[in-house]
Write a protein that binds this ligand. Structure first.
Ligand code: F6R
Length: 260
């Protein structure tokens, strides 16, 4: 895994946005795997700015979001449909028929999940998957103990995740219990991964994911097995990494052709 440590969440978000912009310019039909939550907000802001000021064109891009709460209609303000509309899709030119977000209101969850996997395959697979990380190491909503080979399916949130996500709902009891999420195996099939983490609340999860053993108890640790995974963190999220100096050294001494 490549570890990129930046002085601030803003600087890290700009690097993530530049990676995505580079991919979209080189491959206008790119398939992007997208995340929600507070972490990617700065990255979406930067992509919107690039679209407005530099004409970054998303018209041929296809997107698949990681997850959605079961039971929340798209119009619910805390749904991931609403989040993506507000922070990204309403402000750039992704074609509506190329946007895919799990349907939290489906009445046939297993069939829907199977179809979601098929749609990803039919689109040619995900070129780049953006990930945040839960304070318990979850990616997507694959909570600790999730199968590291799992595919899109229903999951039950931990009490910790419901607590973490309570600000979007009011109180933890209002956070839905169930979600539909891409599996860890689905995420691992993406050709590139960008894992973003900011703030000290993520420091232990990042240390375990990057330097700990690969274990279903920290699902993000499986990214150690991914051939093209970048972990972009701010100083606080990096604070518990043991080999900080080495990661900085590697990044500062990249050959010119590898720099963005
Ligand atoms: C969101 C998602 C989650 C979040 C994680 C971190 O689509 O899949 O894994 O990335 O819960 O959330 P924030 O960024 O709000 O700390």
């Amino acid at each position: 895994m490549e570890i990129i440590i930046q002085p601030s969440a803003d600087a890290a978000s700009q690097i993530a946005a530049r990676h995505i912009a580079k991919l979209v310019r080189e491959k206008p039909h790119a398939v992007l795997g997208l995340a929600t939550g507070s972490t990617p907000l700065g990255m979406y802001r930067e992509l919107v700015r690039m679209h407005r000021e530099q004409g970054l064109d998303f018209s041929s891009v296809t997107t698949f979001n990681l997850d959605e709460y079961v039971g929340l209609p798209a119009e619910h303000p805390a749904s991931y449909h609403a989040f993506m509309g507000e922070h990204f899709f309403s402000q750039v030119n992704v074609a509506p028929d190329r946007i895919h977000i799990p349907d939290g209101t489906t009445r046939h969850v297993p069939a829907f999940c199977q179809r979601y996997e098929e749609m990803i395959r039919e689109a040619g697979g995900i070129d780049l998957q953006v990930l945040g990380i839960g304070s318990d190491g979850h990616i997507g909503f694959n909570e600790p103990s999730s199968s590291l080979a799992s595919r899109t399916r229903i999951k039950t949130l931990t009490a910790q995740t419901r607590q973490d996500n309570a600000p979007f709902f009011g109180k933890p009891e209002d956070v839905p219990l169930h979600v539909i999420t891409m599996g860890v195996g689905t995420i691992m099939d993406a050709r590139q991964i960008l894992l973003l983490a900011f703030g000290e609340k993520k420091a232990q999860a990042i240390a375990d994911a990057v330097e700990g053993p690969i274990t279903a108890m920290n699902p993000a640790s499986i990214l150690q097995m991914h051939p093209v995974a970048k972990c972009i963190v701010d100083e606080s999220a990096a604070a518990r990494l043991k080999r900080l100096d080495y990661y900085r050294w590697v990044y500062d001494h990249k050959p010119d052709w590898q720099k963005l």
